[in-house]
Design a protein around this ligand. Structure first.
Ligand code: NAI
Length: 480
């Protein structure tokens, strides 16, 4: 069926390039391709209307086409204004059977370099479902699509959208304006949409935090699967994916030699561990900051100096925030940094670095070197290099994680979508992780490609350690 204008991407003529990279990626995504084969006949997602809000990259294209191969209808947006790969978005809109003149793929609203208004407009377009009140499933990364539905319902119930205050971020003001326009033009829209949504599968740490918070305060409207905390997601994508894509982003943005430099990594969770290893691999001297004594001790035992930002802010060359927390590097810190220090964030949102405070420094001058790379020059002539305006730099300055690691994450996503869509009775409102046997299955699907040969337990060994020969091999308390 033709798309009939129901999409918005940068340039459809990039579709052929996108398709070639999708074909290459498919070979590197054995888990997703195995799931396509396993469920080709059963079509478990027939009848699913999945709205996806996740970085529109080549890897995500393979996820989207896995969901449609299992029977789903899909509408898609990126979950970040800079993370779209325009050729991937074009290939998804055109589809394997279409042409740029006659696009026949999936309605996708995404391009690299959206404004905040465009970002929220796109998210709304993907939630608007022709012929229906909305999607019946959400696949989210960071929770923005889920938040739009929840806040939409909340403000409809309250009868009005609150006014923004001066302290609110630009993004929040834009968000409130969109909901205010909705209430005027389409009252009751979100209240009609929400009951049809069977559930959401959430990709990342930050989105998962939001879900548990809503569940605790009793405002969660539908069940959620926490994909992030599958072991084969957070212990792989967040760590090994970042190990690859952090330096990729820094290199493409600045091409500065990392070896010999002093790099500060704020946070030593999964993303921090991958970041520190990534920089150390290039020969940087890495210093870690942490608030959690366990992670701080881990960093120390892994051989990193652990200290406060305040101690090292004047001597480091590269700063990377990985905390998922706010206010990590403030304008007052940036004021003390060395000339041409590089400042970037790889956590989900842009509130880790105080960009608003930086812009307010009297006399500071911002200049664009190239898209997503800016210099900020202080009145005394000192310049900092800020990547992706403080948004996640591995997707803003490079192309995010490579296919093989994303195959693990997205195989979890696909299985989670099938679980929630086909077994709603097993998932009353709450936040769930996939059972261990499915986590192990995801790993298993990626072994052959790496030539891994597993050892098989004997019956006697299995009985001795109290597991089944075919797994699960660990209790849920095991932390890997
Ligand atoms: P995590 O919870 O494992 O790690 C965060 C660490 O930061 C924790 O150890 C915490 O103690 C520490 N921390 C918190 N406040 C701090 C402070 N003020 N100073 C120093 N350390 C502090 O979370 P994870 O999985 O590492 O994710 C971190 C962020 O990265 C999240 O926003 C997540 O959504 C995002 N993420 C980004 C990816 C990307 O490709 N850019 C991939 C995966 C996750």
């Amino acid at each position: 069926s033709q798309l009939d204008g129901d999409f918005k991407v940068a340039d459809l003529s990039l579709a052929a390039f996108g398709r070639k990279e999708i074909t290459l990626a498919e070979h590197e995504m054995p888990g997703l391709m195995a799931i396509r084969r396993e469920f080709a006949a059963a079509q478990p997602l027939a009848g699913a209307r999945i709205m996806g809000s996740l970085h529109m990259t080549v890897q995500t294209a393979v996820l989207i086409e896995t969901l449609t191969a299992l029977g789903a209808e899909v509408r898609w947006v990126s979950c970040n204004i800079y993370s779209t790969q325009d050729h991937a978005a074009a290939a998804i809109a055109v589809g394997p059977e279409g042409t740029p003149e006659d696009p026949r793929g999936v309605p996708v609203y995404a391009w690299k370099g959206e404004t905040l208004e465009e970002y929220w407009w796109c998210t709304e377009q993907a939630l608007n479902w022709p012929g229906h009140d909305g999607p019946n499933m959400i696949l989210d990364d960071g929770g923005d699509a889920t938040m739009l539905v929840h806040k939409g319902v909340e403000f409809e119930k309250a009868g009005a959208v609150p006014d923004a205050t001066d302290d609110d971020s630009e993004e929040w003001k834009v968000f409130l304006a969109l909901l205010r326009a909705n209430q005027a033009e389409n009252p009751g829209k979100w209240t009609a949409m929400a009951p049809g949504i069977k559930g959401v599968t959430e990709e990342t740490t930050t989105g998962v935090h939001r879900l548990y918070e809503m569940f605790r305060e009793g405002s969660l409207l539908f069940p959620a699967i926490n994909v992030n905390d599958s072991v084969t997601k957070s212990k792989f994508d967040n760590k090994y994916g970042v190990r690859h894509s952090l330096i990729d982003g820094i290199n493409r943005a600045t091409d500065v030699l990392i070896g010999g430099k002093v790099a500060v990594v704020c946070g030593y969770g999964d993303v921090g561990k991958g970041s520190a290893e990534s920089l150390r691999g290039q020969g940087a001297r890495v210093i870690v900051t942490e608030v959690d004594p366990i992670c701080a001790l881990q960093a120390a035992m892994d051989g990193y100096q652990v200290t406060t930002l305040d101690e090292v802010v004047e001597i480091a060359d590269i700063f990377v925030t990985t905390t998922g927390n706010r206010d990590i590097i403030m304008a007052s810190d940036m004021q003390r940094m060395k000339h041409q220090a590089i400042v970037g964030n790889i956590g989900h949102f842009d509130n880790e670095i105080d960009m608003a405070g930086l812009a307010r420094i009297p006399g500071i001058v911002k200049d664009e070197v190239k898209p997503q790379v800016h210099t900020w020059t202080f009145p005394d002539g000192k310049t900092l290099i800020v990547l992706s305006e403080g948004r996640l730099l591995n997707l803003g300055n490079a192309t995010g994680h490579p296919s093989f690691v994303m195959s693990n994450s997205f195989t979890n996503q696909t299985i989670a979508q099938i679980e929630l869509f086909t077994k709603p009775e097993e998932y009353p409102i709450g936040v769930y992780v996939l059972p261990k046997h499915l986590d192990e299955k995801v790993a298993r699907l990626h072994l052959d490609a790496l030539g891994v040969k597993l050892t098989t337990l004997t019956e006697g060994q299995a009985a001795y350690i109290g597991v089944q020969v075919d797994g699960p091999y660990k209790p849920d308390t095991y932390r890997y």
